[in-house]
Design a protein around this ligand. Sequence first.
Ligand code: NAD
Ligand code: TYD
Length: 355
Amino acid sequence: MILVTGGAGFIGANFVLDWLAQSDETVINLDILSYAGNRENLASLAGDERHLFVQGDIGDSALVTSLLIQYQPRAIINFAAESHVDRSIHSPEDFIQTNVVGTFRLLEAVRAYWSSLQGEVRQNFRFLHVSTDEVYGSLAKDDPAFSETHRYEPNSPYSASKAASDHLVRAYHHTYGLPVLTTNCSNNYGPYHFPEKLIPLMIVNALAGKHLPVYGDGQQIRDWLYVKDHCSAIRRVLEAGKVGEVYNIGGWNEKTNIDIVHTVCELLDELRARVDSKSYREQITYVTDRPGHDRRYAVDASKIERELGWKPAETFDTGIRKTIQWYLGNQGWVANVQSGAYREWLKRNYTGRVV
Ligand code: NAD
Ligand code: TYD
């Protein structure tokens, strides 16, 4: 079996669902169920014995150790993290706690477990750390895309905490020989994306008749990847990646934020027109920029294509259409994630921001 951490969040849940759609290998899913973790993401697995959900913290060494001893997983895929840049600006300590201290404690428990393994089981064991392209910092317009050897230059508390976790993972391989793999992926989008991030926030706000808050001039660039393509890349790296290596994952799909928001509006105009027949674009509002806002991310994903034969299956056009259709078809999920805590967050991040 495999142990997945953070498997009730956006990417982790998509990964668990895809894994069990393609394999009968059991998944132990360790997730603390923070505001971003949601058991409803895994509702289709209710009663499925191949999925063992455990609510807990990657930083709880005793719990992680007992899970490792009890279930003897052949691999660990570490998704668990605090993941939202804006929250890291408001409350950086949570990011240090989970992304740095949590990853460190997880690595320590895994090192002890792996050291106790013998022969082929020990040789075949893998620890796959899921990270982000944001550790590389921000690119100027004409800079080449991030390769795996690009220097680390994280700019937000989020990316700095992920960078620290990447360094710990690297050090555990270099010093102790722990068989690690690291992936650094660009911005994901797709089903089960919590509506604090750009694309789901725009969809949810548009349908609710609210403002679509674009930070600064909206000309920042991200490289967008459909979440299921990220999941297939992780499966491929787990299966065939070379121990100790880093693989960048991306969609070859750079877009400005304002282009993304326009596309979301146009698709909603087509699929769920406003009652007044005006475009959702009317709801776009430019607001005060994010402090320290990275201007451009772009991923050079040629290594994973060349060495492991992976490339994305979706284009942005197919992926964004599927995503919007998913949100339109899952309004119950959307309503349930908008708890009091979510509304508090919106107040904290957006009140006073409109310019
Ligand atoms: P998310 O915030 O949606 O989910 C994170 C999950 O981790 C939640 O279910 C949460 O409950 C859980 N978690 C948080 N702290 C925990 C702890 N201490 N112990 C156990 N579980 C804990 O995040 P996501 O977007 O699914 O991202 C998953 C991973 O992928 C993160 O490591 C993130 O840095 C990385 N990543 C995300 C993106 C993206 O675009 N979302 C891109 C590249 C890499
Ligand atoms: P986000 O989805 O938070 O991902 P990240 O910051 O990790 O790239 O944001 C994507 C881009 O969209 C980023 O440049 C910030 C911008 N953005 C807005 O313009 N308005 C918003 O309300 C949000 C949440 C993000």
